[in-house]
Design a protein. Structure first.
Length: 255
């Protein structure tokens, strides 16, 4: 999917300026130290750092540094969260998640245009239909059942997230719904674990605004099959954050 537009001289000139009031700060690099000419911007729905002016900043940063940028819109993955939050079935949750993705793309169209014809968008469904997905998912489920280290790493992460949410919002996350939250979160994480080895077969740097990659990949590659480990070992990830510029910039909005 490509709605990122075409390059023109005006857009090239604009990229020589600061287009927002933020700059990107790389907080951690994971994986081999080497130069790569492509980036994957990993986008989660409903996260403030992944939309609006901060996402525009990220697109500007990527366009300056990489020959190609792929934006991964993880929209239908959110159906697992919606099934818990709204207590609805899979089909309704899927339709709502896709609608959220549609709206995200519309809301961030101006930022996406900064990528020009070097940018492309993929949505979560594009990865779910990949021929390796089902095989990976079966392997990841087996690993969760049989490998106590992997199982413990995922369980700890889920219960840690639950504790934070329960403390901050006990109405939405009451104790009696803890098991439902665990089940949906586990499905979410196992699906991610099956998809990301497919993504990393494409030679690029994965970029995520927040903390996620290092713990995820460390847990995933432990005692996994040689096939998946060889893929994961080649993965290269940047965890990034945004820092307010000292001098106020005039945000550039693509016409």
């Amino acid at each position: 999917m490509n709605i990122c537009g075409q390059w023109d001289n005006n857009r090239r000139k604009q990229l020589q300026k600061n287009v927002s009031n933020y700059r990107v700060n790389t907080t951690r690099k994971y994986g081999p130290r080497e130069e790569r000419k492509a980036a994957r911007l990993q986008i989660s729905m409903g996260i403030e750092k992944h939309t609006g002016e901060k996402f525009l900043t990220l697109c500007e940063w990527s366009a300056r540094r990489f020959d190609q940028t792929t934006v991964i819109v993880s929209d239908s993955l959110q159906r697992h969260n919606l099934m818990y939050l709204e207590d609805i079935g899979m089909e309704e949750a899927y339709n709502k998640a896709r609608a959220i993705g549609d709206q995200w793309i519309e809301d961030n169209k101006k930022a996406l245009e900064l990528l020009g014809n070097a940018g492309r968008i993929t949505r979560w469904d594009d990865w779910l239909v990949h021929p390796d997905f089902k095989r990976n998912l079966l392997e990841i489920h087996q690993k969760y059942r049989e490998n106590r280290h992997f199982r413990r790493a995922l369980n700890i992460r889920i219960y840690h997230m639950w504790a934070q949410k329960h403390e901050s919002d006990p109405v939405t996350y009451p104790e009696e719904r803890k098991q439902r939250y665990f089940e949906q979160s586990l499905n979410y994480l196992l699906e991610e674990a099956a998809i990301f080895p497919i993504m990393t077969e494409e030679y690029a740097i994965d970029v995520y605004a927040g903390t996620w990659f290092s713990k995820f990949f460390d847990a995933l590659k432990e005692d996994v099959s040689d096939r998946l480990r060889n893929i994961i070992d080649k993965s290269m990830c940047y965890e990034i954050d945004f820092v307010k510029r000292k001098s106020n910039a005039q945000p550039y909005l693509v016409a």
